[in-house]
Design a protein around this ligand. Structure first.
Ligand code: FNR
Length: 391
């Protein structure tokens, strides 16, 4: 499928240049929404490094290649999708649009791109499953509570709502120190609106009752209890991972379980040893450990170490098709984007998400055409040249 034709006369609703997109989103969001979404850990060093790392690599275009029949599609965990591009999990979508996660999941289903639902979602798991549709490829991103009964309930709901894989986010059981977010007192701000995924959980509802909290008359207290149960500030251990894999496999009949938030080669090796089905190399868009290495630099080393042994996905800092291409060339099998679609959602809800993601697909399709690549398999280490430093 060609995603874009220049001669249709169709006028795009807004410019998808990432800097302009971000600027426009800022004008549409509440101050709290903007500060929450745009803030990075510390001095934004990691956020900046994520971007700089892409400049260390340059694509080598080929000419006179028969690209008229090019194919952007690929498979992920056995599902054929339109391109190796997915919606990264992002919490509390009602900050950006009153319908929250629903329009995002709907557009992902329509475009046949995988959608990841965050445990910090502001909609019920079941409703997101329905919005994503029967043909939608969807994954559930877990923030794991220190309450196994609650974890089991969330996993069961995800499985029953057609989520095809689970990814445990291991870099965030506590939010990083983000000056803008902290100064904005967002802790209070998102408690009031962000908790619907938890508030609709039968086990969590029982826990609320036991704690003497009525979610109808005390929404802030109920929300606070939910947020505290997923961003509890208490680290998990590798030992617990055996239980998690076993539990998800039993509940789901063997669906894949992945780890999201890997930056170290040793951790990637450990993930393979523990039997995870895949990993997402990610530093959470530079929102957790300031001064941490760029995610793309981590990808290179991790692919070298375990690229043959596990399914490696990537995110953090992707702003266009060339970035997707470079991550694939360095050995990622799949690439997720976060802030791009958040800005689309903030600007124009469902239409905004559709426009941003269709534009990214068009950008990628055109890049393959003018760059001389017929399919995803051809995007390998020979397709780029790499340098010591970005310049
Ligand atoms: C995130 N991310 C994230 N990750 C996750 O596992 N669960 C979550 O709830 C969230 N929430 C979230 C909110 C916001 C505002 C941002 C910016 C990010 C991280 C996300 O999944 C992904 O790793 C990054 O967003 C990828 O980087 P880019 O594409 O935003 O640069």
């Amino acid at each position: 499928e060609n995603f874009w034709k220049s001669n249709t006369g169709e006028v795009p609703p807004f410019n998808t240049d990432p800097a302009k997109l971000e600027e426009l989103a800022k004008t549409k969001l509440s101050q709290g929404g903007w500060l929450y979404a745009s803030s990075n850990a510390g001095l934004s060093h990691t956020h900046t490094a994520n971007r700089q790392s892409f400049y260390r690599h340059r694509i080598i275009p080929r000419i006179l290649v028969e690209t008229n029949q090019r194919d952007t599609s690929t498979t992920i965990f056995g599902h054929k999708v339109a391109a190796p591009i997915g919606f990264a999990p992002v919490g509390i979508n009602k900050i950006y649009h009153p319908l929250g996660e629903l329009p995002v999941a709907k557009v992902a289903g329509e475009l046949n791109l995988p959608y990841c639902l965050s445990t910090a979602g502001s909609s019920a798991i079941e409703d997101v499953g329905k919005a994503n549709g029967d043909g939608g490829v969807r994954f559930f991103q877990l923030y794991m509570p220190h309450d196994d009964e609650l974890t089991i309930s969330l996993l069961r709901r995800a499985h029953e709502s057609g989520f095809e894989a689970c990814m445990l986010t291991v870099d965030t059981w506590q939010l990083g120190w983000r000056h803008d977010d902290v100064s904005n007192s967002n802790y209070a701000f998102y408690r009031g609106i962000g908790a619907d995924l938890g508030l609709t959980d039968p086990v969590f509802q029982r826990k609320l009752k036991e704690a003497g909290i009525d979610a109808n008359t005390q929404p802030n207290e109920a929300g606070a209890m939910w947020i505290d149960s997923i961003w509890h500030g208490r680290a998990w251990s590798w030992e617990k991972m055996r239980w998690l894999i076993k539990t998800w496999k039993e509940i789901s009949g063997g669906k894949p379980m992945c780890l999201k938030g890997i930056q170290s080669v040793r951790d990637a090796q450990q993930a393979v040893e523990y039997g995870f089905d895949g990993i997402v190399v990610s530093n959470h868009a530079g929102r957790q450990v300031d001064g941490a290495i760029a995610s793309l630099d981590a990808l290179e080393k991790i692919v070298e170490a375990v690229g043959e042994q596990t399914y490696i996905m990537f995110d953090s800092g992707v702003r266009g098709a060339a970035d997707v291409f470079k991550a694939l060339a360095l050995g990622a099998k799949f690439v997720f984007v976060g802030r791009l679609w958040i800005w689309g959602l903030s600007i124009m809800g469902e239409h905004g998400v559709r426009h941003v993601m269709k534009s990214l697909l068009a950008d990628f399709d055109i890049l393959m055409n003018v760059g001389g690549f017929q399919n995803i398999q051809q995007i390998d280490r020979h397709a780029i040249e790499s340098y010591e430093k970005s310049y």
